[in-house]
Design a protein around this ligand. Structure first.
Ligand SMILES: Nc1ncnc2c1ncn2[C@@H]1O[C@H](COP(=O)(O)OP(=O)(O)O)[C@@H](O)[C@H]1O
Ligand SMILES: [Mg+2]
Length: 364
């Protein structure tokens, strides 16, 4: 039942991408931040196989324990389906004993999903079909930001600097000309992935084929990028309120300490405390900070983003700025960079979640 005056929000998490576990952790934080006086919450978990279940949504069960990420399994709750028919009332619970039952209309969906089938426009398309407002980027922006080739092309067309790269479509290999143009080292990555899955730094061309094969396990399209020597700087962007211009947060820097050379999966999630240091705000000259913020909001607009995005850059020792990638559903735990950058900009975690839900409803 919908409670009068409350917003009914479905939090959708888990999902089919390799970032399933990270999504669960992000969702646990969002669930914990929603004020029960303001929201009726419908927690919907998606298993790795793609089954949708109505779960308990207990934030305590959605945390990293002993370096193990949480997981949604089919037994976690009763099956639920999203109906594409906008007149059908959205979510339908398939109760095994009592039969199908429609859940009261949800006012808004927060797809706290990272990577494929969540951040790439696919679930956004389902929600458009069902005519349900949702947090974050629309179909096009999600798909464009998910694909590192098109992110670079769209941003470069708007005058935002991107590093040198080559695209290897299915079956293609890197030409000698491209090897000379890019130079070593290169980063080899799946065009559509995240959380550093499938990425290899190649210091010797003899390692290239294996690196391309690793990336192709995730995506048939592979990017080979010249390594940018520089600091890793991130910027949070929020859609403006009431149709205003997008806003940029203070910047953050991710610094690798110890022997890890780049920001791989383990550094991001499992050993972050030991191998990474985060500066929020990043220690950069004001001019460079403003430049990065301006590129971040320009990139947000270039891709037609909505709601939120985290735009990641490299800043070289000469203070040149290069865009690396755009995440339309960035990590959302309280220790994730996106919420931390906004907290440092004066928007605390629960207020950030409220604002995202509010702008999603208003936009619709
Ligand atoms: N061209 C590059 N130059 C230097 N480092 C890179 C480059 N591309 C990727 N990296 C390193 O790999 C990490 C992950 O790459 P990224 O493109 O951000 O993929 P993901 O979407 O998986 O986060 C970056 O944070 C950075 O540490
Ligand atoms: Mg990244």
């Amino acid at each position: 039942m919908t409670t009068p005056g409350k917003t009914r929000v479905a939090i959708v998490f888990g999902g089919r991408s390799p970032e399933h576990g990270i999504s669960c952790v992000s969702a646990g934080s969002v669930l914990g931040a929603l004020d029960p006086d303001e929201y009726d919450v419908v927690p919907v978990g998606i298993t790795r196989q793609g089954q949708w279940v109505l779960t308990s949504g207990d934030p305590g069960e959605l945390a990293i324990r002993a370096r193990k990420l949480p997981e949604i399994t089919a037994g976690a709750g009763v099956e639920v389906v999203l109906r594409a028919d906008p007149t059908a009332g959205g979510l339908l619970v398939l109760d095994p004993t009592e039969g199908p039952r429609a859940l009261a209309d949800v006012d808004v969906v927060f797809p706290v999903l990272h990577g494929a089938y969540g951040e790439d426009g696919t679930i956004q398309g389902m929600l458009e079909m069902a005519d349900i407002p949702y947090v974050g980027a629309n179909v096009f922006a999600s798909a464009a930001a998910m694909d590192k080739e098109f992110t670079k092309k769209l941003c470069a067309a708007e005058g935002i600097p991107v590093g040198a790269y080559a695209v290897l479509r299915n079956g293609m290999t890197l030409s000698e000309t491209d090897k000379q143009r890019l130079g070593l080292p290169v980063f080899v990555k799946p065009s559509r992935a995240g959380s550093s899955f499938g990425i290899t730094r190649v210091d010797d061309w003899a390692q290239l084929d294996a690196a391309v094969a690793t990336a192709r396990e995730i995506d048939t399209k592979v990017l080979v990028e010249a390594a940018v020597v520089g600091r890793e700087i991130e910027c949070g962007v929020l859609e403006g309120e009431a149709g205003g211009a997008p806003e940029a947060s203070v910047l953050a820097e991710v610094r690798m300490v110890g022997d890890r050379e780049w920001y791989d999966f383990e550094s991001k999630y499992l050993f972050a405390d030991e191998v990474c240091e985060y500066d929020v705000p990043a220690g950069l000259p004001d001019r460079v900070t403003r430049q990065v913020q301006e590129y971040a909001t320009r990139a947000f607009t270039a891709l037609d983003c909505a709601g939120l995005a985290r735009v990641d850059f490299f800043v070289t020792p000469d203070l040149d700025v290069y865009l690396n990638e755009i995440n339309t559903m960035p990590g959302f735990t309280p220790t994730s960079m996106f919420p931390r950058m906004w907290a440092a900009s004066g928007l605390e975690y629960p207020k950030l979640v409220n604002r995202l839900i509010r702008t999603a409803v208003q936009r619709h």
